[in-house]
Design a protein around this ligand. Structure first.
Ligand code: ADP
Length: 492
């Protein structure tokens, strides 16, 4: 129809701008490898922080005993207890609980907040009947930016970027972290984008709270969620070398040889290994970007703060928080300049973040002939009336954004694998090697998964890609943290 005719060239332009042919992917993978090396050489050496996890003994399967995990992120935390029975019995029992943090504690002191967490942990531990006489050991997953100096300490680092989402806005104060949020909803990911000014050791905070309450438990390991996922997957499978989270935000980590980390500044035998956290959301090289990405990026940066530099642009291109928003911006442009939805522009389409990544996924699963689901999603979330030809264009827009995202994520994974292959003589390409994946985006967007795997296969070629297994490791981070408490046990 004439409606979609006007928007068609705009779709073509979008597809060109988002194209990820093999040379583009090769360049991204190579740049990822280079940035990894540069970040391992010296702190501040590249976009990638290459944060040392201090996890240098990985789960083997031999772990035995009762261990706890505590996962603190956003407005609730999860506690988990696992009983490990060694190689034969593995996981004997596992229990978990979710606790929401009362509103008033959000602006309380760190003592009050950690007292609350300690009490909840004690209640949970008592319910299961602890082993008498043995201290409960905790793996603490704390996925905010912390500067670790050992496996069991971490200082919150200053985070100077603000994140502002228009729409319904509420302000929540995490007083204990010196951290303020402007948001219509809180996720761990949004916390990462907020202003933090604190310098507290979060492990000491929790241990002191447990002392005050007379609770016989200790934090043995402080870990990032990606690191916990790798540990959890490795417990079941010795071939796991890399883990990637693709949820609201994204991150990756892998097992590196200590003698390949110059910034460690020590002599290490090649057999000594440690997990390194890339913080790969900050990667920025060779990405095919559109005006919509640049506008979204500009809108997310705190005015006055490095206005010309983009922030976490890889994360913005590939993770769940943003894909719906990029599509919305493209659709709004096509509505305004190409009459995609007729003469008038649907008002709600101007609202930032009104279209979510789950909406894109729902639309892309539509199997009906008249694209009925696409029509109702557009109507329900953005008040948009559509005909078949405009629905087809909308689907193409979704596919374009998601395809670029997933293929770039795939190229990033290949960049990590190539770095390991080139530097460690492990010959990971000639034997089975596993990449453990987790996160709502990867888990619940079939097209994303397919495009990611296709890109990895294209880059590696048919022979090598048979050895690289990209595997979903569902909720491995909880048990992973408990396992790291076990491998880093203070009491043997
Ligand atoms: P986290 O917020 O800790 O990353 P998850 O790993 O569960 O939590 O990821 C949630 C994210 O996954 C959501 O923000 C959304 O972007 C994405 N997501 C959730 N459901 C779907 C879906 N059905 N299709 C596509 N993406 C989804």
């Amino acid at each position: 129809s004439s409606v979609s005719m006007a928007a068609a060239p705009m779709l073509t332009k979008l597809q060109q701008d988002c194209a990820t042919p093999l040379p583009v992917l090769r360049n991204v993978a190579a740049s990822m490898s280079d940035d990894i090396r540069a970040g391992l050489a010296v702190d501040g050496g590249s976009d990638l922080k290459m944060i040392l996890s201090y996890v240098d003994s990985l789960p083997t399967g031999d772990e035995k005993g009762l261990f706890y995990a505590l996962d603190l992120g956003g407005t609730n935390f999860r506690v988990l207890r696992v009983e490990l029975g060694g190689k034969d019995k593995r996981v004997i029992a596992i229990e978990s609980d979710q606790v929401s943090i009362p509103q008033e504690l959000m602006s309380a002191t760190s003592e009050e907040l950690f007292d609350f967490i300690a009490s909840a942990l004690a209640n949970f531990a008592h319910k299961g009947g602890n082993f008498p006489g043995k201290k409960g050991e905790i793996g603490f997953t704390f996925s905010f930016p912390v500067k670790q100096t050992s496996i069991d300490s971490g200082i919150l680092i200053k985070w100077t970027k603000g994140f502002a989402v228009s729409g319904t806005v509420c302000i929540i104060n995490f007083g204990f972290l010196g951290l303020t949020l402007w948001s219509s909803f809180i996720t761990e990911h949004m916390l990462r984008h907020c202003l933090a000014h604190a310098g507290k050791d979060v492990v000491a905070c929790l241990n002191e709270a447990m002392d005050r309450k007379g609770i016989d438990m200790r934090v043995s390991a402080l870990v990032n969620d990606t690191v916990a996922t790798l540990a959890g997957a490795r417990y079941w499978d010795d071939d796991v070398m890399v883990s990637v989270i693709l949820g609201t935000g994204t991150n990756a980590c892998y097992v590196e040889r200590m003698d390949c980390i110059p910034k460690l500044q020590g002599e290490f035998s090649p057999s000594r290994r440690t997990i390194v956290n890339l913080e790969w959301g900050a990667f920025s090289k060779g990405l095919p970007l559109t005006v919509f990405d640049r506008d979204m990026d500009a809108a997310s940066i705190n005015p006055g703060e490095q206005a010309n530099s983009s922030f976490n642009i890889f994360e913005k291109t590939i993770s769940g928080m943003y894909l719906g928003e990029i599509a919305r911006r493209a659709l709004l442009h096509m509505a305004e300049e190409g009459s995609l939805f007729g003469k008038s522009v649907p008002e709600k389409l101007s609202m930032p973040f009104v279209l979510g990544t789950p909406d894109l996924s729902t639309m892309q699963q539509d199997g009906t002939e008249d694209l009925h689901t696409v029509g109702s999603v557009l109507y329900n979330v953005a008040g948009v009336e559509t005909n078949l030809s405009s629905r087809k264009i909308v689907l193409e827009v979704c596919d374009t954004i998601v395809k670029r995202a997933a293929r770039l994520a795939g190229a990033g994974i290949v960049g990590i694998l190539q770095k390991i292959e080139e530097d460690t003589k492990d010959a990971i390409f000639r034997k089975r090697t596993v990449v453990a994946m987790d996160g709502g985006l990867y888990e619940r967007y079939p097209q994303y998964r397919r495009y990611l795997k296709e890109a990895v296969a294209e880059l590696l070629g048919p022979e090598t890609s048979q050895n690289i297994v990209i595997e979903h490791s569902k909720d491995g981070s909880g048990i992973g943290a408990a396992l790291l408490a076990a491998t880093n046990s203070k009491y043997g």
